[in-house]
Design a protein around this ligand. Structure first.
Ligand code: LLP
Length: 422
């Protein structure tokens, strides 16, 4: 039987309904503290990337552990503030920032704005001048390094829209030095996501460390070097670099640098801490002989398989009897698209309508990429808290469920959707 921190997933599915996202507070805590401990040899700050998962209860949990925040939009800044992060704990990234977003970030006095272009730097400068303040900025470098990941989530090559060349950045640091409303806070480099080879990450860190050193020699002292996020997780149980190996790699390049190290992990903290629980709606064999298991989750709850052909392990909640041979089937959702496939050619025990399945490692880029396509409601989210925590004890007692799990976001209703319409 599939359990999440001793809580039977079937109990959660029965009470909360399906599809439902379930997160383990213990797993999030373990990931955060492992990474923090691995980086302990150097002054550092972990700016959790909200884009991976930004439900308030999860953000409060991370902030309670000491995390800072990386926001990629005005909305993420608002949610970070609502979760308790201070402006000084927020870095603001994003390849296109609206004038309203720039104004808000400058007025709030966020820790740094990660700047993507010369034009954006100028707009930030004009805004800070108008507001009579000084904006702290970091220039985002596009180092032209292949992260050896999926092309859709590779961001550090010169063919992509992100950041600027090292040459341009070096000359813009000169500009920043001459503008009283700008302060050079740091350098930023984020080369992609789901990176499972450390070499590209090492190269990017080496480049940033070298630039920080050159700038220091030129009289520009940065506060920090931000090496972004990107560390991958294992979706298929094959080995991936540990936090220790990752930290050794990055710190190996920054060890002699006086600057603070910033990291912006998303997936590595949340990915393996969440599952999507779904129920079988139909089982059918097509006339060509192909078998399909139709479930109540779809590309609207979990877009990754449709968008990136991403692989997520799918397992039944109840274990199969030892004598039952597995059967191969595609696991598909109810949405009217052939791309609404969650798993291709999966060996699963014989399933019946009503059986529960777990789609694993969906804690990051799962819920946040959900949509209302086909007027499907956004699914609820549940946080399982196996150990007593101050957060739970301090919360309203009605929020606590037997077995220490609680709904941290309720299922959207059709009324919620229609509330925005004429
Ligand atoms: N910092 C910046 C500037 C980013 O753009 C990202 C992710 C992160 C940090 C966090 O990266 P992570 O540590 O999570 O790899 N939807 C895709 C992933 C998109 C990642 C976008 N940027 C997926 O489902 O695989």
């Amino acid at each position: 039987m599939f359990v999440c921190d001793d809580v039977p997933v079937a109990d959660i599915a029965r009470d909360a309904g399906t599809p439902v996202y379930v997160y383990s507070a213990g797993a999030i805590r373990d990931a955060y503290t492992s990474l923090d401990r691995a980086l302990a040899g150097h002054p550092h700050a972990i700016h959790y990337a909200l884009k991976a998962q930004s439900t308030l209860a999860i953000l409060r949990l991370l902030r309670g552990l000491g995390s800072a925040a990386d926001a990629n939009s005005g909305g993420e800044i608002d949610v970070a503030l609502r979760a308790g992060f201070l402006p000084s704990e927020i870095v603001f990234s994003g390849v296109g920032k609206t004038s309203e977003e720039i104004e808000r970030a400058v007025a709030l006095g966020v820790k740094t704005i990660n700047v993507e272009s010369a034009g954006e730097l100028q707009r930030i400068e004009q805004t800070a001048t108008r507001l009579g303040t000084r904006a702290r900025v970091a220039l985002r470098i596009n180092p032209d390094i292949d992260p050896e990941s999926h092309p859709h989530i590779s961001t550090g090559m010169k063919t992509t829209k992100f950041g600027m060349s090292t040459r341009e950045a070096m000359s813009l640091f000169g500009v920043i030095g001459r503008r009283p409303s700008l302060e050079a806070a740091g350098l930023h480099v984020h080369i992609g996501s789901q990176i499972t080879s450390l070499e590209p990450l090492r190269k990017a860190a080496a480049l940033a460390a070298g630039m920080a050193r050159d700038l220091r020699h030129a009289g520009v002292s940065l506060d920090h070097v931000d090496v972004g996020g990107g560390l991958g997780i294992s979706y298929d149980a094959s080995p991936v670099p540990t936090f220790e190996a990752y930290a050794r790699t990055i710190l190996g390049e920054l060890r002699h640098s006086p600057v603070q190290l910033l990291v912006e992990p998303g997936r590595a903290l949340l990915g393996s801490a969440g599952i999507l629980v779904t129920r079988v709606l139909d089982v059918k064999t097509q006339h060509g002989g192909k078998r399909f298991v139709v479930v109540d989750a779809s590309m609207t709850e979990l877009l990754r398989p449709a968008l990136y052909q991403a692989f997520h392990r799918i397992q039944p909640v109840s274990e199969a009897g030892p004598s039952e041979p597995p059967e191969t089937a595609d696991v598909v959702g109810p949405v009217c698209e052939t791309s609404d496939t969650l798993g291709v050619d999966r060996a699963l025990p014989r399933l019946a309508v009503g059986d529960l399945l777990v789609i694993r490692d969906t804690g990051a880029y799962g819920f946040v990429m959900a949509s209302n396509y086909n007027r499907r409601p956004l699914p609820p989210e549940v946080l399982v808290e196996s150990r007593p925590s101050t957060e739970l004890r301090a919360g309203p007692s009605t929020a606590l469920r037997a077995g220490a799990w609680r709904i941290i976001r309720r299922r959207q209703t059709i009324e919620d959707q229609l509330a925005l319409e004429e």
